[in-house]
Design a protein around this ligand. Structure first.
Ligand code: CA
Length: 219
């Protein structure tokens, strides 16, 4: 497993790199946004750990550039403590998970492993909701037969709704499914749903005010 670690704080970078290496990752590091962008554009990584506050080019811009260039590796962003706006922007820009500073390197490693597990997917059936089809084996969603370009997190949100047909799933429950129990950030889920709606079009993801979200066309 190869990890790209993008962090300009030498002490944090050293701690995280050591923890990832102990967990069996081959770690490459970048200390500014431009170097990170070039490394991630040239090579494939199983996961990228991306600090947002970086010299030369900020992390959010790096993230947007990668996603607009079709780079699909899972990305976990490191945000400042309490920086919920940063988290929302990061999720909107295509990040798959986030961790607020300060954090324990062991927690980051656990998140990275969970992210890779989820990205690998599970072999199951094809699920259909009206014009929307989910191929859970290939982790692909299509609308009227055309494959949608989704980030891993966007796909997993659809997958979470698909596995609750006809039931409105609360944002907090989605956050738990996507990020684990201690990262239930409802704002970030709302942002993710908004981003996904722009891709799947209106009427596919319904909002039941006060209850949650569900896929239209279930049973
Ligand atoms: Ca920084």
């Amino acid at each position: 497993m190869r990890a790209l670690l993008v962090e300009d704080d030498a002490a944090i970078a050293a701690g995280v790199a050591a923890a990832l290496a102990r967990a069996g990752f081959r770690v490459e590091t970048a200390v500014d946004g431009e170097a990170a962008w070039i490394a991630g554009g040239d090579e494939d990584f199983d996961v990228v750990v991306l600090d947002l506050g970086l010299p030369r080019l900020d992390g959010l811009s790096v993230l947007r550039r990668w996603r607009s260039e079709g780079r699909r590796f899972p990305i976990i962003i490191l945000s400042a403590r309490g920086g919920w706006m940063e988290k929302v922007e990061g999720i909107e820009a295509g990040a798959d998970d986030y961790l607020a500073k300060p954090f324990e390197p062991a927690e980051l490693v656990a998140r990275v492993r969970a992210l890779i597990r989820r990205s690998a997917g599970h072999a199951e059936a094809v699920m259909t909701f009206g014009a929307l089809t989910l191929d859970t084996r290939r982790m692909q969603a299509s609308l009227d037969g055309a494959v949608l370009s989704l980030s891993p997190l966007e796909y997993r949100l659809l997958d979470a709704l698909a596995h609750n047909p006809g039931r409105a799933v609360p944002a907090g429950e989605i956050a738990e499914t996507l990020h684990g129990t201690d990262a239930a950030d409802v704002n970030a889920i709302e942002a993710l749903v908004a981003r996904l709606r722009r891709k799947v079009g209106p009427g596919v993801i319904e909002t039941r005010r006060g209850f949650g979200y569900l896929l239209a066309g279930a049973g």
